[in-house]
Design a protein around this ligand. Structure first.
Ligand SMILES: Cc1ncc(COP(=O)(O)O)c(C=O)c1O
Length: 334
């Protein structure tokens, strides 16, 4: 690719070959013909896509636990997050609490589906309920679907934009980072109706100008992969999930069972730490396993969970499980 002539700026909203391939792939998944000229902006990762769409003063619903960038994205764009809890262990929301949040003259709801960190894949009924509220309270839904292809049987990813009446209200954000294991390439995108894309194009033009031209050209190969690739990806992560969760079960460690994405939350209540941060420090220092304190994802005072991920080679996962053996002996509050 680098020997060919793709070294100058591409079209700001996305290189022609890239958006053609992306429009074709997403049109079939999202069940509508996406107009490559008016309904797509290519961004520098899903992270930029999320930042492009909120305005100062806007109130946006964020489910808690949430992907930690949403807090910073909201602050940077001057929006005010309104948190609605997802209750462990199933991470269901309460419809009355959600409606109360919608009533606060809301601009948008951010929907991370499948969810990082809790691995929730929203069901059709849950999405339909959100769609009804979006209609009733005239609200946008900003989706973060970066794990759209990492979903475990029997769960299914449903594109929110594909729900009846929701295309006009949905700002679909996603990226190639997780689907093609290329997080360093920084290729993401927004798919939305033209009047939203027009605004997103302006922000994108002044924020980052454009995604890397040679990487867009190279990524076309991935965007044109057939269904067998996505099946292979799903099988790969299903195997890793099974390996890691079985290992945790064998060690008697209480954990969540993700329906999608590749994160697992471990319940550390039994270890007697008053801080999940201190637990993670001790885990890294005394056991050699890195984890993220769950409190960084929750608005509520939750500090009995830590997050691990299993997007690693099998040897690494097995080594982590070896290190976690005898955890109760190795790790004690000082
Ligand atoms: C839920 C979620 N959204 C977005 C991102 C970032 O995606 P990108 O690499 O495309 O910026 C991540 C990365 O971990 C994520 O977990």
């Amino acid at each position: 690719m680098t020997r060919e002539d793709f070294h100058q700026y591409s079209i700001t909203w996305g290189a022609q070959n890239f958006i053609e391939a992306l429009a074709e792939k997403q049109s079939s998944l999202m069940r509508r013909k996406i107009d490559l000229n008016g309904e797509i902006v290519v961004t520098c990762g899903g992270t930029e896509a999320m930042m492009t769409v909120a305005n100062p003063g806007d109130k946006v619903i964020v489910f808690s636990p949430f992907y930690e960038n949403y807090g910073a994205d909201a602050i940077l764009s001057g929006a005010e997050p309104i948190y609605v809890p997802l209750y462990p262990p199933e991470f269901n929301f309460n419809a009355d609490e959600l409606e109360a949040a919608f009533k606060q003259r809301l601009k948008a709801l951010i929907l991370c589906n499948p969810s990082n960190p809790c691995g929730k894949v929203f069901t059709y009924d849950e999405l339909k309920l959100i769609a009804n509220f979006a209609e009733k309270y005239d609200t946008f839904v900003i989706t973060d679907e970066v794990y759209e292809h990492i979903v475990y049987e029997p769960h299914r990813h449903i594109y929110f934009a594909s729900l009846p009446g929701m295309w006009e209200r949905t700002i679909s954000c996603s990226s190639l980072s997780k689907t093609y294991s290329i997080t360093g390439w920084r290729l993401g995108y927004i798919i939305a109706p033209p009047h939203i894309i027009d605004v997103a194009k302006k922000v994108h033009d002044f924020l980052t100008v454009g995604a890397a031209a040679p990487l867009q050209e190279a990524a076309v190969t991935g965007l044109r992969f057939g269904d067998d690739y996505y099946k292979w990806l799903q099988d790969k992560y299903t195997r890793k999930r099974n390996l890691f969760l079985k290992g945790l079960d064998d060690l008697g460690i209480v954990h969540t069972t993700p329906q999608g994405a590749y994160y697992v939350l471990l319940d550390i209540s039994e270890f007697g730490f008053d801080s999940d941060l201190k637990f993670c420090e001790a885990l890294a220092r005394d056991v050699g396993v890195g984890a993220v304190p769950g409190s960084s994802f929750f608005r509520e005072p939750v500090n009995h969970l830590i997050r691990l991920h299993f997007a690693k080679k099998d040897e690494t996962l097995n080594e982590a499980l070896n290190r976690l053996e005898g955890l109760r002996r190795k790790i004690t509050p000082k």
